[in-house]
Design a binder for this molecule. Structure first.
Ligand code: NDP
Ligand code: 2IT
Length: 451
């Protein structure tokens, strides 16, 4: 990178940090994008002249509100709710809601910012947004979760709509929470509309939406490997997390004959050297989706498996890795260890699971690195397909949705290759995803004039 580019990046980041003090996750997400985009922006003065990077890093608006609810003991609780409507240049705002005790504005701004690029990559008309609350759903009864979701929607309902903003799930928000929120919206507005995605199948949800992020991530990995004449069958894999994305990544890896030996949660990780199979996965799904238990219980259930409290799975030697839990779960040391142990490729199921040092370590080692914006776009893509089905008052078959999901992941992969391939044939998928997403959104913004 030449001095002029480095200087521009430094000065841009100085301004961004000054305007958004203390928001370290947001700074990190922007830095990654700016570092890959700046050379292109300097070569194409129309973007610089229009201050497009400054505009794209400023959300259209942020809504912050109080969510008051009553727990099972009759105590009054107050949480904070947010919706960051980041950019709707190419379609209505779209992106998940996260319920987790660590949610703050910085986290939601990083997620909203990345969502803009990710949604553009899907090829569907969707802008980017993110929202959620610092509500901790762990240990809460169904009734408490219901009262919280109903209360949140009392405020959120006035800011969303099928052509305005369509939220969905993320960490801590799955089918149960979406249903409570959807029911409250319908009762308040007296209209049925596709204002959330990830709904139950009997009331407008799309088949494959539950599976889409995990399946899509594995399809993306498949495309990266195929381009180098390789495949998934027989590959040794680690997966982190044991939520929605992780479990369906494991499921698709098993369908495609890979061997998966780890899953995790915030307490630690499980290593099953024999690998998961359909029966063990069904047990895991029941543990996490029905009983809402902890992953440590798996080691009591499966004799050869071990539980490693307080650790992440990256010390286990594997060829392929799928971080599917949360942001910054792979640091530079984890990345170096994975590379040393023979890692060949990694696809990010979670958003920003690798920190900047880790990304650079992978790229320097010529690991095939599928960044979140591309590799986990299958979830929001099928959300887009759910919106399309709702608008047509139709429901497509499993096969139809899965076919479209695979097609979308193939096209995203092709866009990354177009914009990220270097002369020696190595594809920098980070650069490819950022550039392809950027050009689509930036050109839409330019055509609107000064907005
Ligand atoms: P879930 O709530 O279903 O699962 C989250 C998993 O990650 C759980 O195993 C959880 O463990 C673990 N986890 C959460 N926070 C932490 C933490 N701070 N440290 C360690 N582990 C943690 O969420 P999803 O599977 O939906 O989301 C996982 C990731 O995928 C997120 O980054 C999300 O943004 C991203 N994503 C999700 C999409 C979707 O469609 N759902 C689409 C695209 C990306 P525990 O139970 O102990 O908290
Ligand atoms: O990060 C993501 O892409 C999601 N949580 C899914 C968003 C969506 O609208 O389906």
């Amino acid at each position: 990178m030449d001095r002029k580019v480095r200087g521009e990046i430094r000065s841009f980041m100085r301004g961004l940090v000054r305007r958004n003090p203390g928001e370290k996750e947001f700074h990190q997400a922007v830095r990654e994008v700016i570092e890959t985009l700046m050379p292109y922006v300097l070569e194409n003065p129309k973007y610089k002249h229009a201050q497009i990077l400054e505009r794209m890093t400023e959300p259209d608006r942020i809504i912050i509100f109080r969510v008051t609810w009553e727990d099972d003991n009759g105590e009054i609780r107050a949480n904070r709710g947010w919706r960051v409507q980041f950019n709707n240049s190419i379609g209505p705002y779209k992106g998940g809601l996260r319920f987790h005790q660590d949610v703050n504005l910085s986290v939601l701004k990083f997620l909203g910012f990345e969502q803009v690029f990710k949604n553009a990559l899907t090829g569907l008309p969707m802008g980017g947004a993110k929202g959620g609350s610092n509500f901790n759903p762990k240990g809460k009864s169904d009734r408490e979760v219901m009262r919280f979701c109903h209360s949140l929607m009392i405020e959120l309902h006035r800011h969303i709509g099928e052509s305005t903003d369509v939220p969905a799930g993320d960490i801590g928000v799955g089918g149960r929470e979406i249903s409570y929120m959807f029911g409250q919206y319908k009762r308040m507005e007296n209209r049925w509309a596709g204002i959330l995605t990830g709904k139950g199948i009997s009331y407008g949800g799309s088949l494959i939406r539950t599976e889409a992020t995990g399946y899509g991530c594995v399809y993306f990995m498949q495309r990266m490997l195929e381009r180098t004449g390789d495949g998934l069958a027989g590959k040794l894999c680690s997966v982190s997390g044991s939520g929605n994305v992780a479990l369906y990544a494991v499921e698709k890896l098993l369908h495609l004959d890979a061997k998966v030996v780890t899953v995790s949660d915030s307490g630690g990780f499980i290593h099953d050297p024999d690998g998961f199979d359909a029966e063990k996965l069904a047990w895991l799904k029941d543990l996490k989706e029905v009983r809402r238990g902890r992953i440590s219980e798996y080691a009591d259930h499966v004799p050869n498996a071990t539980y490693h409290a307080g650790e992440r799975p990256w010390s286990v030697p594997v060829e392929l890795a799928f971080p599917c839990a949360t942001q910054n779960e792979i640091d530079g040391d984890d990345a170096a260890l994975l590379v040393k142990n023979g890692l060949r490729a990694l696809a990010e199921g979670a958003n920003m699971p690798s920190n900047l040092e880790a990304i650079n370590t992978f790229l320097d080692a010529k690991v095939l690195f599928g960044p979140a914006k591309a590799a986990n776009a299958g979830g929001v893509a099928v959300s887009g397909l759910e919106q399309a089905q709702n608008a047509q008052r139709l429901a497509w078959s499993r096969e139809e949705v899965d076919r479209r999901l695979q097609e979308i992941m193939t096209q995203i992969h092709e866009k990354c290759v177009t914009y990220g391939e270097s002369e020696n044939g190595f594809v920098n998928y980070v650069k490819g995803a950022n550039l392809a997403g950027f050009i689509k959104v930036a050109d839409a913004m330019l055509s609107y004039g000064v907005v």
